[in-house]
Design a binder for this molecule. Sequence first.
Ligand code: SF4
Length: 63
Amino acid sequence: MVKIVADRERCAGSGMCALTAPAYFDQDDEDGLVLLLADEAADDAGEVADAVQLCPAAALGFA
Ligand code: SF4
């Protein structure tokens, strides 16, 4: 398992992560910023790696 981190200070609210890996990411109803639904992913959870790559604000990563 790998730990997922999301930096809400950097998040621009684009929603790409929630579209790419909806089991792991959502957007806050209030401010549109990323919400982590799970803070760990299996090493082979490719959609999480895709979301990290696709985030336009570089707000996502692995710890
Ligand atoms: S893709 Fe990045 S900028 Fe967009 S909502 Fe997710 S964390 Fe925020």
